[in-house]
Every structure is written in C-alpha cells, then in structure tokens.
Write a protein that binds this ligand. Structure first.
Ligand SMILES: C[S@@+](CC[C@H](N)C(=O)[O-])C[C@H]1O[C@@H](n2cnc3c(N)ncnc32)[C@H](O)[C@@H]1O
Length: 232
C-alpha cells in the first residue's frame, strides 16, 4: 500500500470518510457493529452526564442514536434531542426509538456547523465519534457551546489519534466487517480513522479554545477513544 503514496490516498479516503453520502449509504454497516465495539464507552458517558431530572440534552452527530436512547431510558424525565446531518441515520435512529417506545427523545436532521436552536437551550450536550467528520471542529464546538445554558456540561468523545497499533488491532477484532479483510480494516482504521482524528491533548485544546472551562480528560480502559468533559 505504501507504494500508492499514502499521503494523498489517505487525504482522499478521509475526504470520502467525511462526506454525508457515505453515512447515507454505509451508515447501517457502521451502526450494526459499533455498539458491541464500544458499549463500555456509551455506558461510561451516560454515567458522566449529570443525573438529569428534567434536563434537556443535545446529542450532536447522533447517528443511529445509541447514547440518546440510553440517556432517555435512564432519565425518563429528561428530554434528549439528537441531530445528525444524514437523513438515513435520522431514519434509523427514529426507527429504533419507535421500536423501544421511548417518548422523551427526538431525532432530526441538523448540521453541527449551524445548529438550529436558540442560545442557552440545553442543560448538557454529548457527542461521540462525530467531531473528526466536521469540516470545522472549532465552529462545531462553538455552536454546541452557544446552545448550552451557562454552566451546561459537554461530554465529547472521539477515536484516539494516539492509540497504539495493538489497541487498534483489538478494536478490529471487535469491529469485524465480513467483507473487509482484517489487515485492510486495520490499515483503514490506523491511517484514515484513528490517524486523522484527535489526540487527548488536541481535543481538550479545541474544547478550551471554543470557550469551555473546567476541561477534564477521561478514559475507558478497553476503548481506544478520548473523552473530554467540560462546562460552558
Ligand atoms: C462515527 S458516527 C457516530 C454516530 C453516533 N454518535 C454513535 O456513537 O454511534 C458519526 C456521525 O456523525 C454524523 N455527522 C458528521 N458530520 C456531521 C455534521 N456536520 N453535522 C451533524 N452530523 C454529522 C454522521 O452522519 C454520523 O452519523
């Protein structure tokens, strides 16, 4: 693969990775595998968010809605709003919401670059695995900050750019896609997913630059993701 000039190839594949069409077409492949691969992360993040009462929580880049539905089921008095720019992901999330008869959660199309909610609307916000796809991460973080109430909590998580090859190999074993040979999947995750993502330091710095305070980093031992928690 090295002979094919990985730098432009990786750039091209990263561009493909970040296009909405990929989520419309391939989102279901990702959705079917991700829960088992990072279940501990979802559980950890659900615990990190303040015990919520009637809180209104935003899930930015909600995908098929795992964390939104988990939070909604855990906090029946809270209201969870999931936004995602892919119509297919929104349909999938809505399908699962209806199947589980969860009423305190809604999903709609929305771009994190330009969130269609008024300022100071949400008590908390969560975002998992989405920020690496945003064309302007800082703008997305500022948008989330804008719609949070003062003191509102953000928990954001992303694939760890600093993950070791061993950690990614273990992740490949959990994330298996039958039509992708493990070696190719490892290469793609190493160079195009984890490689073009955020380290703990970079994610914390971006969150700080967007104006958040009390920025703290977290880890889930078995999961090669970084987690940053902060307040508006
Ligand atoms: C890796 S998936 C993660 C989905 C979900 N958070 C989860 O944990 O399963 C990334 C999601 O971010 C969404 N996304 C990417 N860029 C976005 C943007 N600018 N605005 C809204 N959603 C976006 C994609 O459509 C996709 O569903």
């Amino acid at each position: 693969m090295k002979a094919l000039q990985p730098s432009w190839m990786i750039k091209l594949l990263t561009w493909v990775r970040d296009s909405r069409l990929v989520w419309d077409v391939m989102g279901s492949v990702y959705n079917r595998r991700i829960y088992d691969a990072i279940a501990e992360l979802y559980d950890h993040i659900a615990r990190e968010l303040p015990s919520t009462g009637q809180a209104h929580i935003l899930d930015a880049g909600a995908g098929r809605g795992y964390i939104s539905l988990l939070l909604a089921a855990k906090n029946p008095r809270a209201m969870i709003t999931g936004i995602d720019y892919s119509p297919m992901q929104v349909r999938e999330a809505e399908k699962h919401r209806q199947k589980r008869k969860i009423v305190n959660c809604s999903f709609s199309r929305g771009n994190v670059m330009d969130i269609r909610f008024q300022d100071d609307r949400f008590d908390a916000a969560v975002s998992i695995g989405s920020i690496k796809h945003w064309p302007d991460a800082l703008r997305g973080l500022k948008e989330i900050r804008r719609v949070l109430k003062p003191g509102g909590c953000l928990v954001i998580s992303e694939t760890d750019q600093g993950a070791s090859d061993d950690a990614i190999r273990q992740f490949v074993r959990r994330f298996k896609i039958w039509f992708f040979p493990d070696r190719l999947l490892f290469w793609g995750l190493r160079h195009v997913v984890f490689g073009q993502s955020f380290s703990e330091t970079a994610l914390a710095a971006a969150v700080r630059e967007a104006g958040f305070r009390d920025v703290e980093c977290r880890r889930v031992p078995t999961c090669p993701y970084v987690i940053v928690k902060a307040r508006k």
